[in-house]
Design a protein around this ligand. Sequence first.
Ligand code: AMP
Ligand code: MG
Length: 342
Amino acid sequence: MPSTRNTRRFCSLLISFALLLGLCACSLPPGKSSCTLFAMDTYMSLTAYGENAEAGLEAAADTLRSLDKLLEPETEGSAVYRLNHGETVQDEAVLSMLHTCEAVFEASGGAFDPTVYPIVKVWGFVDAQYRVPTEAEIQTLLECVDFAQVTVTNTGAGLPDGMALNFGAVAKGYAAQHAADAMRAAGVESGILSLGGNVQTLGEKPSGGLWEIAVQDPFDESVSVGTLSVGGGTAVITSGSYRRFFEQDGKTYHHIFDPRSGYPCDSDLRSVTVVCQDGALADALSTALFVLGEEAALRLQAELDTFELLLITEDGRIVLTGGLSDVFTPRKDSPYVLSYPQ
Ligand code: AMP
Ligand code: MG
């Protein structure tokens, strides 16, 4: 019947049209571009959305590579190498990080101290030649650990003879923030950067709304403990003993040191996640609070009130500060007990 044939034709035309619309709709969302790179001894992944995404990624990657060069303490000629070899350094990035370090050194009562670098080195965490140093070696090196002796002004910085530092505890947060700025300057309004699990967001998600940031389970790195929903510009930075360690004679030695003892700190925390609008500060704080432990970390958070915390304790609890109560979604089958400090 012709009418049936016409109806069929009309239907197939409609379906083709719908399919075409569907195809167009698929290519309509803003372009997403991603890239990975290795810098600062870390695998980094960068994602940008929108028509300037490619240019944004290039600008961000350039920023990360040049900061890597500048801050590499063992490369002759780098700003940190020169600082560690008696020169006065005026570089803007170095001065900015030193100001952050100074603030966190003071706030943490010295638990955070970048001049612990010779200790980090003698334990083999710089060249991956891990070893347990002798007590005498540690005591000798501790004589030159004291950030209070670093001179930092707005125009230059210098160290006393024999002292050396590195920005391992603050550089990734600083770099991520500046790479995000470079993306924005290249015309990107939405993007996300992960520097070895330290996350910096830029703007809103391309579809609008909050970013969902997974927090790794420090007892089983293949899964997350849940997600944090955060707004644009927020940094989510984690420190933990599980990140880098070696074993000798049945004992585990990790990479976050107590600057007073010269040994890996004996923390009651397994990981510290800091949520903050300032990436460099978040990074320095995550290391500092790991050294300080649960009680002092929560006290400092309440006192400063400029950041939020997700702590995972050695005894398997997740402790969240008030600002994260509506922000954290635990994994469905999570074995953790959630608690909120009083
Ligand atoms: P993060 O992964 O941000 O916690 O930084 C850890 C890195 O910071 C280590 O690999 C060391 O290079 C350095 N570091 C270790 N302990 C301290 C400390 N107490 N204060 C400052 N930097 C530290
Ligand atoms: Mg840190």
